[in-house]
Write a protein that binds this ligand. Sequence first.
Ligand SMILES: Cc1cc2nc3c(=O)[nH]c(=O)nc-3n(C[C@H](O)[C@H](O)[C@H](O)COP(=O)(O)OP(=O)(O)OC[C@H]3O[C@@H](n4cnc5c(N)ncnc54)[C@H](O)[C@@H]3O)c2cc1C
Length: 382
Amino acid sequence: MSTELRRDLRQLIDRICGDYPDAYWREVDAERRYPEEFVDALTGTGCLGALVPETYGGLGLGIGDASVILEGINANGGNAGPVHAQLYTMGSLLRHGSEEQKERYLPSIASGELRLQAFGVTEPSAGTDTTSIRTTATRTDDGYVVNGQKVFISRVQHSDLMLLLARTTPQESAAKKSDGISLFLIDLREAEGVDLRPIRTMVNHETNEVFFDNVHIPADSLIGEEGRGFRYVLDGMNAERILIAAECIGDGRWFVRRAAQYGSERVVFDRPIGQNQGVQFPIAKAHVHVEAADLMRWRACDLFDEGEACGAEANMAKLLAADASWEAANAALQTHGGYGFAAEYDIERKFRETRLYQVAPVSTNLILSYIGQHVLKMPRSF
Ligand SMILES: Cc1cc2nc3c(=O)[nH]c(=O)nc-3n(C[C@H](O)[C@H](O)[C@H](O)COP(=O)(O)OP(=O)(O)OC[C@H]3O[C@@H](n4cnc5c(N)ncnc54)[C@H](O)[C@@H]3O)c2cc1C
């Protein structure tokens, strides 16, 4: 697990993050600003092209290596959310795109010249039930016309390209409800009729409502075969879950470190508060849970990199890591008392950021339902 490459990657990320200390993240959070300077610095290292094969100009690394990058950002007090999708959104293009599409886009994605970090799945009326999406892509002589609405679509204002999931066959006419959904790669620089309404959220995460009003896209925007888009998206989910798990591990370690340090230094009743086991034990327990979740994260990474099935492990890693980071966040907040709520201590910022991973990109309930249905073979609930 600690190959030389991974050690080098950790050192590289620590060094970059050293230039972007807590005060930087606090400021961009307060201003709800995209951390452009940090993203540029990271892009310059080539790290965001980690998963693009070398033949297309990327680093050709494995998911375990890529996970070290994202973990490191969060473990240093930063937030990998603004960059993580540049690493993995291209996976659908890589696995299902034509050779022509891959050659056209992947080298520029690997170099960071083109950003593909917007992924339009969620819709207001469908929610978690992706097969009920209503955005349509209707065939024309030379392409498709897209109409519909998406919600919570992140980083659109900082992306050149967007992967979009849309219905090409109405659900009623499809053999299965997951059929008839197609995946498109849209060039946002050229598309006319795409409107955004930014959503202010509790975290500094650029996310938007996106409206498609008769948006004409060329025929070669289609990724893979028409009607199979839902499967293509499912294919990419293991990578996403593993990488988000690694971010949560990074968060968890940051919270535990900060809590242990503060608990050892803050003196009340003439002794460090961390000497009281009522303060010490929740931090110790959170540490145990973060480290246990990390084992599942590495199990999922190794299976993924060996090309083995890893749906169960990727989902379990995401659930365990998100729960562990949330537990660590609570322990850190409690340890800091009132100061945990003060922005200058950064606990409240990271507390908000790590809370997101109970809900997005997949909620805890949906992971449990995957485990119940697909791993334990229990009755299907939906
Ligand atoms: C900051 C942020 C960024 C996001 N970025 C993106 C993005 O870039 N692209 C994108 O496509 N989406 C994005 N999302 C959307 C995110 O993936 C969804 O919010 C999430 O999948 C849940 O969908 P929903 O909000 O419609 O909740 P709902 O589907 O309405 O669910 C609400 C709650 O009910 C639970 N629930 C629903 N059905 C069941 C069931 N059958 N059994 C048990 N529990 C159930 C869910 O688990 C959830 O906790 C983002 C969301 C946020 C908050």
